[in-house]
Ligand binder design. Sequence first.
Ligand code: MG
Length: 343
Amino acid sequence: MNLHKILQTALPVALALGFAACATTKDIPAAGAAVGDALMGDWQGYRVLPSGTVLPLAVQLVTYGDDLYDATVLASFEQRDPDRFVVPLRKDGDALSTSSDPGFRATVKDGLITGSSPRGNIASFTLRKVQRLSPTLGAQPPAGAVVLFDGKDMSAWKVAGKEERPAAWKLVDGAMEVAPNGGTIVTKRQFGDCDLHLEFRTPFMPTKRGQERGNSGVYMQGRYEIQVLDSYGLTGEDNECGGIYKVAPPRVNMCAPPGQWQTYDISFRAPRFDANGNKIASASVTVRHNGVVIHQNLAIPGPTGGAVDERVTEPGGLCLQDHGNPVQYRNIWLVEPAGTTGR
Ligand code: MG
């Protein structure tokens, strides 16, 4: 069957399967291509087996610069996929090739990637670019919320560990951006239990790898880090985006491509101690990353690496890590339980 014929027969099935599968998926407007690289990002569609069976296909294209990419192939964007695999790709004009399959053919044209992979047992595949946006992007603080950054004013923050030294991060287009040597910053106000909303985006650093690629972090009470990292398209480890640093990996890697605004909605419960100071309950968190629960009532046994202090019986400020990369934050607010007074 030639490609045209396959497309004709497969398209109705594909519309029912891949292209309409994800409720939070939204087409990228022509002018809204991801920052830095037009191919980078989520692609969704279907593959046709030699038997004619049509299956959904989700691909994350990670860029490493110099026209080199990794294609992470998944059954679904929003579930951890034990069968995920990665295909290294090279782009040459409109053509994509891979050293892992000499028979692989793929073309980027009119917003679609189409091709075939004999070694992958795929007679044809068709992918269309999609952008999954968090349903909580732009969430407004409810009445009584503590607004920590409204896009203009960094006065709620100071440099961590240094009394009254103002936060030296940059204000860029309504965001706070980590500045070189600006230091990790912390709120002047201290908190116990709280529900936090914040938005962040990682910089486009295609030639960097691992912990050098868009690293920052959100420390509840300055002690418990929910990692911020450009780990788009990776497996989702405990030191990658959404990981409780070196404690627990996210249930699924919900990291968006660099340059795209993302959300953390974090319910934090501070540790509990009895009258003698003995711990009776660890700190715990429920974290939604871009709207998807990645940790549910997860106990954190103690402060994670890089914590600003170990005074776990006391309230603590919200901390944002300077790891030397220009990560941006915006729309930061939290809600404390009823009856909590400001500290
Ligand atoms: Mg970090």
